[in-house]
Design a protein. Sequence first.
Length: 514
Amino acid sequence: MTGASALLEALRKQGVEVCFANPGTTELDLVRAMEEVRGMRCVVGLQENVCTGAADGYGRLAGKPAATLLHLGPGFANGIANLHNARRARTPIVNIIGDHASWHLECDAPLTSDIESLARPVSGWVERIASAQDAAGAACAAVRASLADGGQGATLIFPADFQAESVTPDSADAAAEAAAQPETFDAAAAWQRLSRAQKPLFLLGGGGPASGLGGRAQIAAARLCAALGGKAYAETFPARSERGQGLPDFDRLPYFPEPARAALDAADLVVLVGALPPVTYFGYAGHPSRLVPAERLLELAAPGQDAASRLEALAELAGAPAFESAAAPLPEPAPGALTPQSIAAVVARALPADAIVSVEGGTCGYPLYAASAGAAPHTVLTNTGGAIGQGLPVAMGAAIACPQRRVVAVLSDGSTQYTIQALWSLAHENLPVTVLIAANHQYAILRNELRRGNAVLGERAAELTALDRPRIDWVGLASSYGVQASRAATSEELAAQLESALRQPGPVLIEMAL
């Protein structure tokens, strides 16, 4: 057994079943070890940010880590953007980064870099493996670390010589599991403050089934709103939110500060249920960065804690009525040329039960969330950290985590180009992902920012935010990666093409011409 095979075998025993890989020369012994260690699926990504984004999508749905296999510091650096998003989503991930042989590092070869400094900002735990004998124990520690604090990145740096060296079998024994600390919650104290509020607002954070945007927590929040005359919102960009029939229709907190403040300023108490205190996405003159002062905040549950049980306990203390689900109407798509609203209506009507929807881009993201309250029950994943290029890899990872569920990726054309290589992996793995590209051939969010306060979009600004010279041929691009593709320009065409795409066993892309 080599250090590489000991590490992979230890990961497998700890429940890591998938590795998203873009290896190089310093990881070849780990590649060889894949032949020996059965039970771990290896998925190739053509760019590292595809691998890290896929690991994020996998972890959000599976609730346990996938591994990534990346090449030295520069390869890891290529994947940092989606690891930033994963950190914000509190996704468990184990990153394995090969490094030069320990005796070669002093030579400062061209690919040498300070990997630890690159890893720390997006990792809750970083360790350099100091010998082949340490590999298995480090792997076990990395998995435990990835599941700590509600989920985080754990990064292992593995020099090439230690990957290749032989180890004794007993060195692969797992270390004892650390005992989990029980959560404490004073329901009576929380209720005492909540009961005094005249206009409470619940801000629900996303995550796993027990998060503020799991089904149980949303129903308990609706009961409390009915009992207290309160309101509830989902956080602006939740890691995971359950949505659709049988659940309350809670909208996302608006992105821009004016409508966000209109919602929050009316509340005398903002209750954080697995969400962080709301702040503006950027610094806007005339608006406070912290949208709610500390004295109007009540933290009911931190991200990663059991928000559902805490809300249910408060609902009982409040004597809240039972939740009665009212069937939300599905919007009728306007005929003719596509608009964001008609796209949202078509997609909401077509979503199959138990679908996973990966959303990136504001063009269709907000309209779809609003339209989908009456859709079949589904799970929504959004861009938690704002580093673009997340939507397609996250969809890929979600499909691998939940092979029995259909994944629909609703994306914008500009951001999808950052990780377009994921299309090849979708085709290579024949994953059931339907990709919908809102093709308006511009960076629309930047144009909206430039027009704030009725400002005029200047000629140079328009040029810097245009993607129409030349226009990207999404059908041709997808076909070149091996993904079946078509183009829809009207609601009727989109409805027909989407119905067909959702019946296909593998990936399909539809360019939605706006």
